[in-house]
Design a protein around this ligand. Structure first.
Ligand SMILES: C[S@@+](CC[C@H](N)C(=O)[O-])C[C@H]1O[C@@H](n2cnc3c(N)ncnc32)[C@H](O)[C@@H]1O
Length: 296
């Protein structure tokens, strides 16, 4: 079984983890009518690597992303402390799906040499707007087809972003790219939701969130348990009308994650329920994986 946390030291007090909208914890959910669709591959045309699909999420949400996910708070501090223990600054760090720089900018401010990859030019434009000291370099690209020349001490894929790759093949390909991007003694870190959070939803579900005094976020969630896929349709209602942003994610169970990592020449060396190294339990909202290159 993989649900036990690896025996590691350096526990810090656990902190409240805010639930994430995209796709995050089930807080505030209410069951709705209907049942999860039994059809519909998660690997539709829109999600093809290198295609429009990989940038659609960022292009649609870049203007409000920072209100969904504030760039400061205990969660960000814990993440930085976690990485500092693994590979202290000024280590080089590659963030996949860097977004608006919520994590990359504070990491650069803590002395890391940060490069971010993202499929969405709009998200990267926001990042550079937010990055007043210019500490983060970026490139536009699809991280399921990662090809970087440099090798990094750390590769970070945070906030469920790995699960945004909608097929197993793309997830393995991404892990292969990470393998090649890691220095020999480099470490990759993944933050994903605990698949249980969605797998236990047997009915279509609705989640409502406050976005701004005059704006509301309504998520409808449908899980296809056989395909391990989640369709979240984010409906944003604000002064400028209504916007719908569909998002598909494909969750991998811990044992599958381990197997995919092995196929890519990597091995999982740690798994926790949060940045404070809490043990993995069924109730945990997320998983934090630490992965290294396999040594022969
Ligand atoms: C949930 S956001 C996370 C952003 C940032 N890492 C954070 O923690 O706030 C996911 C990001 O991944 C990007 N993304 C999704 N699929 C991608 C892909 N296949 N290749 C590159 N970027 C991708 C999106 O554009 C978006 O900026």
């Amino acid at each position: 079984m993989t649900t036990d946390a690896p025996q590691q030291t350096a526990h810090r007090p656990s902190e409240h983890q805010p639930s994430a909208f995209v796709p995050g914890g089930p807080d505030g959910t209410t069951s709705g009518s209907g049942s999860p669709s039994a059809s519909g591959s998660p690997s539709g045309k829109d999600a093809a690597p290198g295609g429009e699909g990989s940038s659609a999420y960022g292009e649609s949400l870049a203007d409000i992303y920072d209100s969904l996910y504030p760039a400061t708070g205990p969660e960000v501090d814990s993440m930085i402390a976690f990485l500092q223990e693994l590979r202290p600054a000024p280590a080089s760090l590659l963030e996949l799906g860097v977004g608006t720089g919520r994590l990359a900018i504070p990491l650069a401010e803590h002395g890391y040499r940060v490069h971010g990859v993202d499929a969405s030019p709009a998200m990267l434009a926001k990042l550079h707007e937010n990055d007043s000291t210019g500490g983060v370099t970026t490139s536009v690209g699809d991280f399921s087809e990662l090809a970087v020349e440099e090798r990094y001490d750390l590769v970070l894929t945070a906030l469920n972003t790995f699960f945004m790759l909608p097929t197993q093949e793309q997830q393995i390909n991404c892990l292969r790219g990470i393998h090649d991007a890691l220095a020999d003694d480099g470490v990759a870190v993944f933050e994903t939701y605990n698949p249980q959070v969605y797998h236990r939803l047997t009915e279509a579900t609705t989640r409502v969130g406050h976005l701004a005094p005059d704006a509301l976020l309504l998520d409808t969630i449908q899980v296809n348990r056989s395909l391990q896929s989640v369709l979240v349709v984010h409906t944003i209602m604000g002064p400028r009308g209504l916007r719908k942003v569909p998002e598909v994610s494909r969750y991998a169970w811990p044992a599958e994650f381990d197997a995919m990592a092995r196929l890519a020449g990597l091995r999982v060396t740690g798994r926790w329920s949060d940045w404070d190294r809490g043990p993995v339990t069924d109730q945990a909202e997320k998983h934090v994986y630490v992965v290294e290159r396999q040594t022969v």
